[in-house]
Design a protein around this ligand. Structure first.
Ligand SMILES: *Cc1c(COP(=O)(O)O)cnc(C)c1O
Length: 234
């Protein structure tokens, strides 16, 4: 067995154990393999173990991998690509054309551009609103008190499907400290879901290599894991 296979299985076991510990069904948590900085060959190897969802931060790098892997039958099942990095206005076209998901929508202008640029032959782009859940001044993400209003507006856009919220809390040590911002995100998610009653609002994208257990404990439905699968980035 190769290292990537081992790593993937270890992460799947961590997810299963975290779900078991808090009485959740592991089927409620999707693993997003974050392949940024790693090559198409590594993606292919992880995909051959059955992993379907992959996340990229840098849009051009993501587009290159996506087009390469789509170009012939490099993978058995089609992969689902998620943009999890910052989206500048001049990059929305590439996100709209090549990705299935965008997790980092934090203003209406970007949502409108993604909507306008989503090709007619593709299903609507799934989007999450990125929330600056712990209030870091330099971080991207909409402020928690502005999420509901932005969600209402994004939900009107016909070529987007509003799927949920995404957060990247600052790294902290200790389970309880990690759980705190995730619990705040969960409460906000529940509030938006109950208020807007949208048919596909089902995704809380939070938790990474170092805090996925805490995120699952708080209610994450999608963990984004890079290092624990692909190894350390240079
Ligand atoms: C890099 C990255 C991840 C994965 O982080 P790891 O700690 O390597 O698991 C998850 N989400 C986002 C937004 C990232 O940029």
């Amino acid at each position: 067995m190769t290292t990537l296979q081992d790593n993937l299985q270890a992460v799947q076991s961590r997810i299963a154990a975290a779900c078991l510990a808090c009485g959740r069904n592991p089927g409620e948590v999707t693993l997003l393999a974050v392949s940024k900085t790693f090559g198409a060959d590594a993606v292919q190897e992880v995909a051959s173990c059955g992993q379907q969802d992959f996340g990229e931060n840098y849009i051009q790098e993501g587009v290159d991998k996506i087009t390469f892997l789509q170009s012939s039958s490099h993978t058995k099942t089609p992969l689902i690509w998620h943009c999890i990095g910052p989206i500048q206005s001049n990059k929305t076209k590439y996100v709209a054309e090549f990705f299935s998901w965008a997790h980092t929508v934090d203003r209406l202008k970007i949502a409108q551009r993604l909507n306008d640029q989503r090709p007619a032959n593709l299903p609507p782009l799934s989007v999450c609103l990125q929330v600056n859940i712990d209030g870091g001044a330099t971080k991207s993400g909409v402020a928690p008190e502005e999420v509901l209003e932005l969600a209402k507006q994004v939900a009107q856009l016909p070529r987007l499907t509003l799927r949920g919220l995404m957060t990247i809390p600052d790294p902290v040590e200790g389970f309880e400290a990690q759980v705190a911002p995730h619990t705040k995100a969960r409460a906000l998610f529940d509030e938006v879901r109950d208020e807007l009653n949208l048919p596909h609002f089902d995704t809380l994208s939070m938790g990474m290599t170092s805090d996925l257990e805490a995120a699952i404990h708080a209610g994450s439905t999608m963990v984004r894991v890079g290092t624990a699968i692909f190894g350390g980035r240079l």
